[in-house]
Design a protein around this ligand. Structure first.
Ligand SMILES: CC(C)(COP(=O)(O)OP(=O)(O)OC[C@H]1O[C@@H](n2cnc3c(N)ncnc32)[C@H](O)[C@@H]1OP(=O)(O)O)[C@@H](O)C(=O)NCCC(=O)NCCS
Length: 251
């Protein structure tokens, strides 16, 4: 059996962390093709702490997995867990999760959240086994950042020149908090490439949609009143679940 040790992600070059992350996601439900620059951007946007994240290294040289931990005030978020295929099912995923939970607790963080896409039975079982429980289903939409030409007419939508008009009222549009990656602190860091809003007196509905594209794995967020749900230029969606665990509850 090879010797696999865990090191802090800030103790190795960022390229090593990136490699471990991308290789750890091989065969994932959705292809994870993240360039080094995009990875760097994700770390900054999502407030991933390299000091609190871990990289698994085989035989002292070969990166073979990573677990990323993001922290904002008293909350933490697992920003990715991946193990390269050749060492899966050897206990490494669980080991890395327990390591970042420990890091979170050391920093006084009492809760950790993460997402698990439907159908990822391996990860689901791992998270449940260490004490995480699903808290809600999260719908994820992906589509072109440019609406269909007829979308304006269909839903009385107009472009907003200033995304601040939406961002400053973020809480009003999100009675249920968005996912970590699409929450206000992240969106404020990104360059909006589209922002639309609309309303209809007759339908008594409001909608605000805005898109912040960073890459093919775009980061967007929208609040869509039921009356508009099938009328916006959204072409694809998948579901995942939010999981949460009191980090104190896991030893
Ligand atoms: C999910 C993943 C991180 C698990 O890592 P791992 O090192 O293989 O997991 P471990 O060996 O630590 O297993 C811990 C537990 O997870 C569950 N598990 C792991 N792989 C599993 C599989 N293929 N089928 C069913 N359960 C599995 C089991 O409950 C296991 O406990 P057990 O060994 O006592 O039965 C790994 O499969 C992976 O990197 N997949 C691709 C990336 C990914 O899906 N990341 C998670 C994103 S939410």
């Amino acid at each position: 059996m090879n010797d696999v040790s865990l090191v802090s992600a800030d103790s190795v070059p960022l390229e090593v962390v990136w490699r471990a992350f991308v290789d750890g996601f091989r065969g994932y439900v959705v292809p994870v093709e993240l360039s080094f620059d995009e990875f760097e951007q994700v770390i900054a946007d999502e407030k991933i702490s390299l000091a609190a994240s871990v990289v698994a290294v085989r035989d002292g040289v070969e990166p073979c997995g990573a677990a990323m931990l993001a922290i904002r005030t008293a909350e933490s978020w697992c920003g990715g867990l991946g193990v390269v295929p050749s060492v899966r099912r050897t206990g490494l995923g669980r080991r890395m999760m327990l390591a970042i939970i420990k890091e979170a607790r050391t920093r006084g963080v009492t809760r950790m959240r993460l997402e698990c896409i439907d159908g990822n039975h391996a990860a689901w079982s791992l998270y449940e086994g260490i004490g995480f429980r699903p808290t809600r289903r999260l719908e994820i939409f992906r589509g072109a950042a440019t609406p269909r030409p007829d979308a304006w007419k269909a839903a009385s939508i107009w472009p907003l020149g200033d995304p601040g008009l939406v961002l400053n009222r973020f809480a009003a549009y999100h009675p249920v908090p968005p996912a970590w990656q699409t929450d206000l602190p992240v969106l404020r860091r990104q360059n909006p490439n589209g922002c639309w809003a609309g309303q209809s007196a007759t339908l008594n509905a409001h909608v605000a949609t805005y898109c912040f594209a960073r890459s093919a794995i775009s980061c967007g967020s929208s609040t869509v009143a039921p009356a508009y749900r099938n009328r916006l230029p959204i072409t694809w969606r998948c579901s995942s679940r939010h999981w949460s665990s009191p980090t104190r509850g896991v030893t």
